[in-house]
Design a protein around this ligand. Structure first.
Ligand SMILES: Nc1ncnc2c1ncn2[C@@H]1O[C@H](COP(=O)(O)OP(=O)(O)OP(=O)(O)O)[C@@H](O)[C@H]1O
Ligand SMILES: [Mg+2]
Length: 266
């Protein structure tokens, strides 16, 4: 039984001795208590994130506005404000991630699914990522591919995976994006030649707060929520994500998405 199915889970016994039936009843009672506790926890995370995000966004706004007029500040003051703004930004991002996951858990994420020309969207995201990271990203796409997806959510997915590729590889190691179509699916590959992921961690990196090497992870920042969100969003759009990786050699993330119906071969 996974956490998602807790509310529906129930033992049903029709022909069983009364002791076993009583046991099943106790078990069912425990399941429903667990389901309630799980729901309360989700609500709590969601409420706290929301309550914290609002004032923190105000703080961040003020910090930025003071920093914009930084000609009256000495070096120490400027550095202190920059550090404060950086930490505030990081926390706002964490809270936004937690809110997204809480929404997804309670089924409140609405996907605006529509035909999206993948090629254009990939180029747009790559352009943004290049500016932000100061890295060159190679793009390989031969044919025009239209998928069914939520444009903004798909951008969020790609930004997260590219962010990892940048974060977990060195400046001079190539990053490559390939877009192709295999039967009724579009496949986006994000390849890096960075640190790679040990086999035993590959299935766990999509879990919340899971990070491979805590020591290294601390220096790269982040909270281990990126891929959990990516997986939720991709699956929410009817797709899937997998990883292939070798320690020290790099990683390839494969995102599969359904192509739009008028591109399908009957
Ligand atoms: N391209 C990659 N190369 C090597 N390791 C990776 C790569 N992508 C993810 N990982 C590993 O998987 C872990 C989980 O990734 P995830 O994106 O969920 O979290 P994060 O990047 O640590 O933090 P966040 O995305 O919340 O800022 C990372 O901490 C890292 O150890
Ligand atoms: Mg990440």
């Amino acid at each position: 039984i996974s956490a998602e199915d807790l509310s529906q889970a129930k033992l049903q016994l029709s022909h069983a001795p009364s002791e076993v039936k009583a046991l099943a009843q106790t078990f069912n009672h425990m399941l429903s208590r667990l389901s309630e506790a799980w729901e309360q926890q989700r609500q709590f995370v969601s409420n706290v994130s929301h309550e914290l995000r609002t004032p923190l966004t105000v703080v961040l706004g003020y910090l930025h506005s003071v920093l914009r007029r930084s000609n009256q500040l000495n070096d120490y003051q400027k550095e202190a404000l920059e550090t404060a703004a950086g930490e505030a930004e990081r926390t706002v991002r964490l809270l936004q991630d937690l809110l997204d996951l809480a929404r997804a858990d309670s089924g409140y994420i609405h996907y605006h699914l529509e035909p999206v020309v993948l090629n254009d969207l990939v180029l747009e995201v790559v352009g943004m990522a290049e500016k932000f990271s100061n890295r060159f990203l190679q793009v390989e796409q031969s044919e025009l591919i239209e998928v069914i997806a939520d444009r903004d959510r798909l951008k969020q997915v790609l930004i997260n995976v590219i962010d990892n590729a940048v974060k977990y590889s060195e400046f001079d190691q190539a990053i490559e994006l390939k877009v192709e179509r295999v039967e009724q699916q579009a496949i986006i590959q994000i390849c890096d030649r960075g640190v790679g992921i040990p086999l035993q961690d590959q299935s766990r990196i999509f879990e919340r707060f899971y990070r491979v090497d805590e020591a290294r992870a601390r220096s790269t920042g982040g909270h281990g929520l990126g891929l959990a969100i990516v997986k939720t969003l991709v699956e929410g759009m009817g797709g899937s994500i997998t990883v292939r990786s070798k320690l020290g050699e790099g990683s390839v993330f494969l995102i599969m998405l359904p192509i739009s119906s008028h591109q399908m071969i009957a």
